[in-house]
Design a protein around this ligand. Structure first.
Ligand code: ATP
Length: 305
């Protein structure tokens, strides 16, 4: 029996995020292009009688906002996996958190995906990729993508993931916010803004897919889009200036990440990312980092037999 497993899972960004009208069940249909970027949470699991979780967050992150009981999505992931296989198992889960909390980068979903992969190996369950994807979709809309990573189209609520074959990679500068934004609050704001208008089905811009196929960074920058951005900017008006500062420092494109408040700036190379990050660091809006994308999804990085 394996005694300890560590798995990393990446933050996600949305190169485009089309949001359709609110459905009767409260969800919004999405058409999105995901990309996984090189900013990772690491989830380590060891054998234990019960499922429990500890969160060790990087200094800059508000660790107190992450629950350490059954509300933590990693605990839900471990329990769902055991239930699916009809077994009773425990694990001590330790999350090393580097992905912003409530930052629109699906950090919780990354932890859920990493926990599924880690516990599957720890408990020698041998789940197939399809089985894990099915469990992931039950845990949350962004969890299936965190399993596969890369660049992919998301449809349904985002849980139907179709990988895209794309050329080359990019660099992303990430401006975090000291305070997170609640995803449901951003959707509510969007619904209120749309109250008097007819909203069509969500779409992925052709220009975005063309830019990705041709690895054209300028065209990709121009095609970045996010239907949640106007709502996030209403709740956090200061982000508008942050987006402008990044563009003024030569970023090829700037967009709010998912439901925000993290902001993303597209760069061609690491050297350009350093330049944009330096420019943004002076804005005082929050911590700045940079990472390449696309990167792999959840994967085992260490194992102790
Ligand atoms: P969403 O995935 O809804 O777009 P997000 O990416 O903005 O959200 P997350 O960091 O995933 O934000 O967390 C959203 C909320 O989920 C947090 O405020 C926290 O209360 C709760 N949560 C539960 N489990 C975790 C976890 N393992 N890591 C982070 N947050 C978690």
């Amino acid at each position: 029996m394996t005694r300890a497993v560590s798995v990393t899972a990446p933050a996600k960004i949305n190169l485009s995020l089309g949001v359709g009208p609110r459905r009767d069940d409260g969800f919004h249909p999405l058409a999105t292009v995901y990309q996984a970027i090189g900013l990772y949470d690491e989830v380590s699991v060891v054998q234990a009688d019960e499922v429990s979780v500890e969160v060790r967050a990087h200094d800059r992150l508000p660790a107190g906002d992450v629950p350490t009981d059954a509300r933590n999505i990693a605990v839900a992931a471990a329990r769902l996996l055991a239930e699916h296989h009809g077994v009773e198992r425990g694990a001590r889960i330790v999350i090393d958190k580097r992905i912003p909390v409530a930052g629109g980068m699906a950090g919780g979903s990354a932890d859920a995906a990493a926990t599924l992969v880690a516990c599957d190996r720890l408990w020698d369950l041998g789940s197939t990729r399809d089985e894990l994807a099915g469990l992931a979709a039950r845990l949350g809309s962004d969890v299936p993508f965190a399993l596969v990573g890369g660049t992919a189209i998301g449809s349904g609520r985002g849980e139907v993931v179709t990988p895209l074959m794309t050329l080359g990679s990019y660099w992303w500068v990430v401006l975090e916010s000291p305070r997170g934004l609640s995803t449901p609050a951003v959707y509510r704001e969007l619904d209120a803004m749309r109250e008097s208008s007819e909203v069509g089905p969500p779409e992925i811009p052709d220009a975005l897919l063309k830019a990705l196929r041709g690895h054209d960074v300028a065209d990709l920058g121009a095609a970045l889009s996010n239907d949640l951005q106007p709502a996030a900017l209403r709740l956090r008006p200061e982000l508008q200036e942050a987006l402008a500062v990044g563009l003024a420092h030569s970023a090829h494109g700037a967009v709010v990440s998912g439901s925000g408040p993290s902001c993303l700036f597209l760069c061609e190379a690491r050297s350009q990312a350093v330049q944009v990050a330096d420019g943004l660091a002076g804005s005082g809006l929050g911590p700045v980092s940079f990472a390449p994308g696309p990167v792999h999804g959840a994967r085992v990085v260490a194992k102790e037999a």
